[in-house]
Design a protein around this ligand. Structure first.
Ligand code: NAP
Length: 275
């Protein structure tokens, strides 16, 4: 069973009788090119170790209510998920090379995108801001030694704080295609990527077939109104909907739905030469 507590026991257990914390060992093995991943983490995070389709691995995450909303009508989204869901998000951050958010999330939440709830390295921070709307004071730009990328549309003047790399990418009607985004990240050695939000950003990657997996963290709450977790083109009939292989894992109060999107994933990076 996956530990969901915030403060884990030491590597060899502790006086309170808590089992040994195998997360640090898992983290080390996960990043090595080979080596069997230790239980219980292999089952949950093994599928995001390496891409099946190409040499990139892209995982989306979305934390939502029972009625499929990620934020209230006023845009408030803190505390949708409980502590175990948040810890899971921090574990995902610790496992990837880069975490990507849209400027809507950066403006609404001013997140740090660091790993604070578990042991692990901070990923590179990538902000999709085609029109250069994010102020330099945003916390994602904090100079903490981590690579920070501001992705804008070509032709946009986007002044960024020192140390933040501005990457101007071709855009059609302000939209940068997810394969273009992933290629820019891969060029910088960022191959395992978390698309953390918000709804529009994750939805665009999903529509483009650029997610290998999607982790949906369902909280046992009903918001009643507010922003939908996914915004996709409409279909006519329910039986036209794509059926996705999904595993469910209980994380204390939250339910994690691990969706396998490999059947829809389009190749973006270098084709796999071996599995
Ligand atoms: N519950 C959760 O898991 C979770 C996670 C993250 C955020 N949130 C919540 O989600 C809300 C924000 O979500 P959102 O859907 O409004 O915004 P968002 O996805 O964070 O940002 C959307 C904006 O980012 C830019 N963008 C994203 N993808 C792009 C692409 N491929 N090409 C060009 N530009 C791109 C666009 O900026 P322009 O508008 O400048 O064109 C777009 O309007 C907030 O309320 C936040 O609290 C919840």
């Amino acid at each position: 069973m996956v530990p969901t507590h915030l403060h884990a026991a030491a590597a060899d257990g502790d006086a309170a009788g808590r089992p040994p914390d195998t997360w640090p060992q898992f983290l080390q093995t996960f990043r090595a090119p080979t080596g069997r991943l230790p239980a219980p983490w292999d089952d949950l995070f093994g599928p995001i170790r390496a891409g099946i389709i190409d040499d990139l691995l892209v995982v989306g995450q979305i934390g939502q209510s029972l009625d499929g909303r990620i934020a209230t009508a006023s845009g408030h989204s803190k505390y949708v998920n409980g502590p175990a869901g948040l810890t899971h998000l921090h574990r995902l951050r610790a496992l990837v090379d880069a975490v990507v958010i849209g400027v809507g999330t950066a403006l609404a939440d001013d997140p740090q995108l660091t790993v604070r709830r578990v042991t692990g390295p901070n990923p590179a921070r990538v902000i999709l801001d085609p029109r250069g709307r994010l102020p330099g004071s945003a916390r994602v730009f904090a100079n903490d030694g981590v690579c920070r990328l501001l992705l804008t549309a070509q032709g946009t003047q986007a002044p960024a704080p020192p140390g933040v790399e501005v990457v101007a990418l071709p855009a059609a009607s302000g939209h940068i295609s997810p394969p273009t985004i992933l290629a820019a990240l891969a060029e910088r050695g960022l191959q395992r990527v978390l698309i953390e939000g918000g709804a529009e950003t994750v939805s665009r990657f999903l529509i483009a077939g650029c997610l290998d997996r999607l982790h949906v963290l369902v909280a046992p709450i009903i918001l009643g109104a507010g922003q939908a977790s996914l915004v996709l083109p409409p279909i006519q009939r329910a039986d036209e909907a794509v059926r996705i292989p999904v595993r469910s894992i209980q994380l204390d109060g939250d339910l994690l739905l691990d969706c396998d999107l490999s059947a829809q994933r389009v190749p973006v990076g270098r084709a796999k030469t071996s599995t």
